[in-house]
Design a protein around this ligand. Structure first.
Ligand code: SAM
Length: 274
């Protein structure tokens, strides 16, 4: 009789964790930037974790990737043609954008090993890097934003949480560069953490964007495997972003009702961003 069960747990605090029963650990590697693990879970399919935090699972990645790509697309005043993704080494965001027909997608991921791991274990996501119009660059997105001479219609910050290599993706100097490289009528969006368990992240994102953009709004989505399941994104632009400029067909999570209702924030979240 086999008595041992294997679990992967993401620890939220000394007293709280979310645990997944796993069939197997498929990979564990320490890179120059972070530790990457892949697990084969019973309930969520394959799971990618970086430094012990869930980045994606096969079963619920669609929520995050639809909400970080389709929301800025419908709120861009200019019909987006070019996009810069910072982070996103799994290829999920690039894939969504490529399917939406964007002709130029530049994806700057700091850790080439995230890409390699995803090519092996999440090939349906990472295959987007081989699509026409998608260009993957391995490097620091902060440096890229500082040095590039190009402009983009949308900028998507699909990063890890604001610690380690992603810390500078939430600050004023970075958003100064984002502002310079964003086309008029364009939109920038970042993931901004769990309002319940990481209450400072959404405020940090708003604080980074507000000095540079006339309008900043946060929206939320239900992502079961992220801390508390209640996740936030923060969007900024110089034009009015109260109403979408165009429709997009429904995905598995996104639809045009959610495009407006996801900006309705509970009172405790409003207090984090004022
Ligand atoms: N969906 C995810 C989440 O919020 O949990 C984010 C997924 S994606 C794998 C995050 C990526 O951001 C990681 O692969 C990490 O290497 C990358 N990253 C962190 N800091 C970065 C930086 N300064 N420049 C470019 N990529 C960065």
């Amino acid at each position: 009789m086999k008595l041992i069960e294997n679990w992967f747990s993401e620890r939220y605090s000394d007293n709280l964790q979310l645990s997944f029963r796993v069939r197997d650990q498929l990979l564990s590697v320490k890179t120059d930037f972070q530790r990457i693990d892949v697990f084969d879970t019973y309930d969520f399919g394959k799971l990618l974790s970086i430094d012990g935090t869930v980045q994606l699972t096969e079963r619920d990645e669609f929520v995050y990737h639809e909400m970080i790509t389709r929301m800025p697309y419908v709120y861009s005043k200019k019909v987006p043609e070019s996009v810069l993704i910072i982070g996103g080494g799994d290829g999920g965001a690039a894939g969504e954008l490529s399917n939406m027909g964007l002709s130029k997608v530049i994806n700057v991921e700091i850790d080439g090993q995230v890409v390699e791991v995803c090519r092996k274990h999440f090939p349906e996501l990472a295959a987007s890097f081989d699509k026409k119009g998608v260009k993957l660059m391995v490097g620091d997105g902060i440096k890229y934003a500082r040095e590039t001479k190009e402009k983009f219609d949308m900028i998507i910050i699909d990063s890890t949480d604001p610690v380690g290599p992603a810390e500078g993706l939430f600050n004023d100097a970075f958003y100064n560069d984002v502002k310079r490289i964003l086309s008029p009528g364009g939109v920038v969006v970042t993931q901004s953490g769990s309002p319940f368990y990481q209450p400072t992240a959404i405020g940090l994102a708003q604080k980074g964007m507000k000095p540079h953009f006339k309008n900043v709004r946060s929206y939320t989505a239900f992502i079961p495997t992220y801390p508390s399941g209640f996740w936030s994104f923060t969007m900024a632009a110089d034009h009015d972003i109260q109403k979408p400029f165009r429709d997009l067909p429904s995905g598995k999570y996104f639809n045009m009702e959610i495009a407006t209702s996801s900006f309705s924030l509970p009172e405790f979240v409003k207090t984090l961003i004022t």
